[in-house]
Design a binder for this molecule. Structure first.
Ligand code: FA5
Length: 344
């Protein structure tokens, strides 16, 4: 019996030396020193031996069980260490790799110019007043002194909706009527607002003209507002926007909703006034239309033209952006080409 025990001890020790994984180790434990393991079972048989052999056998069996349990614990620690080393090796993270860049968005160039324009007018006491993109023919044209079939309508080729008399606004000027009626409380309050927003025209798309573009309208209503106020205010805007060295000129023009009317040009930044494709070889780029608010429009807005007067203007931020950055084609603005947009 004792020999059998020694042989079992030898076998278990040898087998343990070859165990390399925690699964195999569990298997070994179950086979030898677990509750039904071979060594445990042999230890339990001590009581069946003849009395004179029991003491020796029992002592040796207990000793073997202890030795094997200790060897098992040492093996277990070794395997745990090896497995940890292996998993560190396999799941290695290279902390020296450069990080992936976090992409940040930017403001569209037209938005940047719009914000610059808002800031300049804000400094001069003008608030932003928002008006709708979808308008009635009445507000877009008729209340601005452009009756149906008037030839002036040819200046604004229009997108119509399926609802009769409802159109996409062709300019921000209809906002003047809303501002006078709502903001000016029907001719009782002075007004100083700018009205930014998208306009839509069914025109040929060229390097200078899009079918969709921003405008910033301006409206000042008060008592004794004169043409000199208009010219001085706009010249000051141009000075702040383009710098003191860029020439600005006022040209007589016609708009049905202002009288007298003018157009404002800024010297072409691309050719410095020499003449190029963008400025149509004139050396000048038109940036806005303006004039003194027509008495009919004042009346339509609820103001008494014998008591009140005012000026209005409408400018195109995309054209201004082209001027400031030397952009040759307005079509870049809405073609969503990142190579263009990322430059700003
Ligand atoms: C008007 O739209 C008038 N409502 C402006 C106005 C307001 C005059 C108040 C008097 C008083 P005009 O069609 O010229 O005018 O357009 C004004 C500006 O919008 C132009 O100077 C230009 O900068 C811009 N603009 C006009 N059409 C286009 C277009 N197709 N693409 C890009 N910008 C345009």
């Amino acid at each position: 019996m004792l020999e059998k025990l020694e042989a079992l001890y030898q076998q278990a020790s040898q087998e343990l030396d070859g165990v390399n994984t925690s699964e195999a180790l569990k298997e070994w434990e179950r086979a030898y020193i677990g509750r039904k393991g071979a060594v445990t079972l042999m230890l339990r048989q001590t009581g069946q031996l003849p009395p004179e052999q029991r003491a020796d056998f029992g002592r040796r069996a207990n000793e073997i069980k202890r030795l094997l349990t200790e060897a098992f614990a040492a093996r277990e620690a070794l395997i745990r260490e090896q497995e940890l080393a292996r998993s560190m090796e396999e799941g290695q993270i290279d902390v020296t790799l450069p990080g992936r860049p976090v992409l940040t968005g930017g403001l569209h160039p037209a938005t940047q110019t719009l914000r610059e324009i808002y800031a300049i007018w804000a400094e001069m006491g003008f608030q932003v007043y928002r008006s709708r993109d979808v308008e009635t023919d009445e507000v877009n044209f008729e209340l601005l002194n452009i009756p149906p079939h008037h030839p002036a309508r040819d200046m604004w080729d229009t997108f119509h909706t399926t609802m009769p008399g409802v159109i996409l606004r062709t300019h921000t000027s209809p906002g003047q009527i809303h501002a006078m009626r709502d903001y000016g409380e029907n001719g009782t309050l002075p007004i100083r607002v700018i009205l930014p927003g998208m306009c839509y025209r069914y025109e040929q798309i060229t390097a200078r003209s899009e079918i969709q573009f921003n405008q910033v309208e301006g409206l000042a209503i008060g008592r004794n507002i004169r043409m000199t106020d208009l010219k001085g205010t706009i010249a000051e805007f141009a000075r702040r926007m383009f710098g003191a060295n860029r020439a600005v000129r006022f040209r007589a023009s016609h708009f049905p909703f202002t009288e007298p009317s003018m157009e404002v040009d800024v010297q072409c930044i691309l050719c410095g006034g020499e003449g190029c494709g963008v400025c149509k070889y004139t050396g000048w780029l038109e940036i806005m239309g303006c004039g003194m608010v027509h008495p009919v429009v004042l009346r339509n807005g609820g103001y008494d033209p014998t008591e009140w007067s005012g000026f209005a203007f409408g400018m195109g931020p995309e054209r201004i952006t082209m001027l400031k950055h030397g952009i040759e084609d307005i079509r870049y603005f809405w073609s969503n080409d990142l190579r263009f947009l990322e430059q700003f």
